[in-house]
Design a protein. Structure first.
Length: 318
């Protein structure tokens, strides 16, 4: 990663993927000079899906979305995964389930955004604006089970991470860069530090219980329950209160707690297929901006971190 990039995008959620795709399509620069860095092993963030059988996949992040087709018409993620091409307006309540073959095709398309440089399992730890207006990017990556340091550089940097991660990166920029960076970013850091998010534990369960029976669980325990295309598999979004209380619990503890809780409202056996914690799922306070860009610094911020964690608005701002 020694060559100077035109654009580096940090964060491979729906906003980061959408921005990267727009840059590759519309920039006058070669797509090979664009890089996307994502700390996890797959793209999509809360828009990603997981297999629920050999035939189908289901979402485990977005509880609902309502996005106009034209607003995301060039987003590979939504074209492929949410089938936005098949409807003018998508109302999704966790019952979007795609054939595994289409999911694999979509993942292949996402992970081969050729000739864009795609870097999965890459965590950015520090950003610095050098005196010659280059963004120096330092981080860690996993290679064959071992953590390694890496560095890169870009003329322009776009950050689409959740607010706490973005704030942390901006602080490293203030600590290591020029007075111009400090004067621009210090007020923003103060604003972002007041933006709070609530966590969510999301769970795939298998049971013969009916959806109406499961929805009898009080809202202070479960915020949303919806079915998938598999009649005995449901997606459960725990409430913010319950998720906060179990924030640092491991998946085994959460599975046991959820099984015990749900069993109080149904006599049917409950199988926990998978649990996943989203630390930054719902925003409680909105920032003063929906997106930000400083041309003189070559720095931009975008995503749902700035708009109360709302998935749709994060996409629209991208």
């Amino acid at each position: 990663m020694s060559s100077l990039l035109e654009y580096a995008v940090i964060g491979g959620g729906i906003a980061g993927v959408t921005i990267t795709h727009h840059l590759a399509e519309r920039s006058r620069h070669s797509p090979s000079s664009i890089a996307l860095f994502e700390k996890s092993r797959r793209l999509g963030g809360r828009a990603s899906m997981i297999p629920i059988s050999q035939e189908a996949v289901a979402p485990l992040g977005v509880s609902e979305c309502s996005i106009n087709r034209q607003q995301v018409t060039s987003s590979i993620l939504f074209k492929k995964l949410m089938m936005i091409d098949n409807t003018d307006h998508l109302q999704a309540e966790l019952d979007i389930t795609l054939p595994t073959s289409l999911w694999e095709e979509a993942q292949s398309a996402l992970e081969s955004l050729d000739p864009i440089s795609l870097h999965l399992s890459h965590t950015i730890t520090k950003i610095t604006l050098s005196g010659d207006k280059r963004w120096l990017i330092d981080g860690e990556r996993w290679v064959k089970g071992k953590k390694q340091s890496f560095n890169s550089s870009a003329k322009r940097l776009i950050i689409t991470c959740p607010t706490p991660q973005t704030t942390s990166l901006l602080r490293t920029a203030v600590q290591n860069s020029t007075s111009e960076v400090t004067s621009c970013l210090t007020p923003l850091i103060d604003t972002l530090s007041r933006v709070t998010f609530t966590p969510r534990w999301c769970t795939l369960i298998k049971t013969q219980s009916s959806l109406s029976a499961l929805r009898s669980i009080p809202n202070d325990l479960v915020e949303k329950i919806a079915h998938t295309s598999q009649p005995d598999i449901f997606v459960v979004h725990s409430s913010a209160q319950w998720s906060e209380h179990h924030l640092e619990s491991d998946s085994t503890e959460v599975s046991a707690s959820l099984r015990e809780m749900i069993s109080e409202y149904t006599s049917r056996p409950i199988e926990i297929i998978r649990v996943h914690r989203w630390r930054y799922a719902g925003g409680q306070r909105e920032s003063d901006h929906s997106d930000l860009y400083w041309p003189t610094l070559g720095l931009g911020l975008c995503g749902d971190m700035l708009v109360r964690g709302t998935f749709e608005r994060g996409v629209q701002r991208a």
